[in-house]
Each structure stands twice: as C-alpha cells, then as structure tokens.
Design a protein around this ligand. Structure first.
Ligand SMILES: C[S@@+](CC[C@H](N)C(=O)[O-])C[C@H]1O[C@@H](n2cnc3c(N)ncnc32)[C@H](O)[C@@H]1O
Length: 233
C-alpha cells in the first residue's frame, strides 16, 4: 500500500537567517568576533541586572532527571550546561537554533553531555518531534509578533501529554520600577520587538494554549516573567 508522507518543512542549514535576526541582532548572534565576549556568565548577568542565575535556576528546576527536553534557541553563558546536568543521568537535552554559528558554539559547550543533541532549524516552522519538556529562555522578545506566535504555536505542539513548557522572558515592570525608563530606552535602540511582548500574554499567543494549565511568576518588580504550562492529559 502506498502511503502519502507530508514532509515537515525545515530551514536548511545553508538558508540565510531570518531578516529580523540579521538586521537587528547580527552583532549579538551572528558575529564570530563578538560571540566569545557575549558568551560569558558575567555578561549575561549584567544584561539581566544581576538576575541571570536566579532566572536560570528557576527555569532549570522546572525539569527533572530522565526527561527529554528541547531548549528553544541557544542562550549565552552556562544555561545549556545547567539544563543538561539537571536531566542527568538518563535524560537528554536538544538545542535547536536557526544560526549555524550558535549551534556550533552550543555543541562545543555541551561536549561533556554525550546524549545531548543540537540542530539548525527555524522554530517558526513546525518541529518534527515531541518532548517531555520545552524551555524557551529570552527568545520571544527578540522576534516580531507574527514570528512569535508561530514559534509559540510550534513549541506548544511539541509538548507530550502531561509534559511541560517553560517561557522565561521580559514582562511589563510595575509602574514604580526605577529601571523602567532606562529599559524603554534600551528596547527602543536595541530590542525593538520587546515592547510588543510586554503587552501580550504568552499563554494566549496560540489557540493550542488552551490545551495547557498555566501558572505565572514575576521577578524583579515584574520586569521578568516565568510562564509555565502543563499539557492536559
Ligand atoms: C534565545 S535568544 C536570546 C537569549 C539571551 N538573550 C542570551 O543570553 O543569549 C537568541 C537566539 O535565538 C536564536 N533565534 C532567533 N530566532 C530564531 C528562530 N526563528 N528559530 C530558532 N532560533 C532563533 C538566535 O539565533 C540566537 O542564537
């Protein structure tokens, strides 16, 4: 019997990066000179106003030993190593990023974790696998709204029944937050898509969100959020 197989569209490794990435973030993610400078825990800590360890710990602790977890996009510093260590001894981490230079870098960092996987793919296109857990750390504020919705939809679809998805990202700070004016300036010049995320509820970016039970934690006067969804069985 002949079966009709629908190929899953995947960004080919040689495809150019999305325009928003090369136009806005080339200096941060696609430049081999700046990458080693930015990929240091103290730089990540400075960018997150000293909250990096707390936010990373909070995300990593949502997962447990033995799970198969997808990390949606590379993260600077030691985030991937922490997450891979958390899944030991029998679990495994897969990191997917659209930029080959980022995948080469994370592959180097994850070398001690023999079961870990890395691959170049665009997360705004459907994924071909499902996972016990999905972790998306500070990706959504860097992509335009339509791409953001596609990414959230694909990530939600890739969570197994009973599995968990964790988003950590910017959020709207409280009105009294002393850094709010400075963050508005930083977003204006460096992170143009971040203000649109601050107006949105991640859980409602895709109709698939209704298949999850959601919880919500705010950090640092509301400047950061953790949104956790568990897929209903
Ligand atoms: C996770 S985000 C930002 C993380 C955080 N600012 C940090 O400390 O690294 C950065 C990554 O997202 C990746 N990225 C952006 N758009 C993507 C997409 N559509 N699919 C997969 N990866 C994407 C970029 O290549 C980059 O490596």
């Amino acid at each position: 019997m002949l079966m009709s197989l629908t190929p899953v569209p995947q960004r080919m490794p040689e495809a150019p990066p999305p325009a928003y990435l090369s136009d806005t973030y080339h200096w941060a993610y696609l430049n081999c000179r700046t990458l080693p400078w930015l990929d240091q825990p103290w730089v990540v800590s400075a960018i997150l106003w000293g909250n990096a360890r707390r936010l990373m710990r909070s995300a990593v602790e949502e997962f447990g030993p033995g799970q198969q977890v997808l990390q949606a996009a590379a993260v600077y510093g030691d985030f991937s190593q922490r997450l891979a260590a958390r899944l030991e001894p029998h679990g495994s981490l897969e990191v997917v990023d659209v930029a080959p230079i980022q995948i080469a870098n994370v592959r180097r960092k994850l070398a001690p974790w023999a079961r870990s996987l890395t691959r170049v793919a665009d997360l705004s296109l459907p994924l071909d696998k499902t996972y016990d857990g999905v972790c998306c750390f500070f990706l959504l504020h860097e992509v335009p709204p339509a791409t953001r919705r596609a990414i959230v939809d694909n990530l939600l679809q890739s969570v197994k029944p009973g599995g968990k998805i964790v988003f950590v990202d910017y959020h709207k700070p409280r009105w009294w937050h002393p850094l709010a004016p400075l963050m508005r300036l930083i977003f204006k010049y460096l992170e143009p898509y971040a203000p649109s995320l601050q107006q949105e509820d991640i859980a409602r970016l895709s109709p698939e969100g209704e298949c999850f039970d959601w919880s919500y934690t705010r950090f640092f006067g509301g400047l950061y959020q953790k949104r956790v969804g568990i897929r209903k069985a």
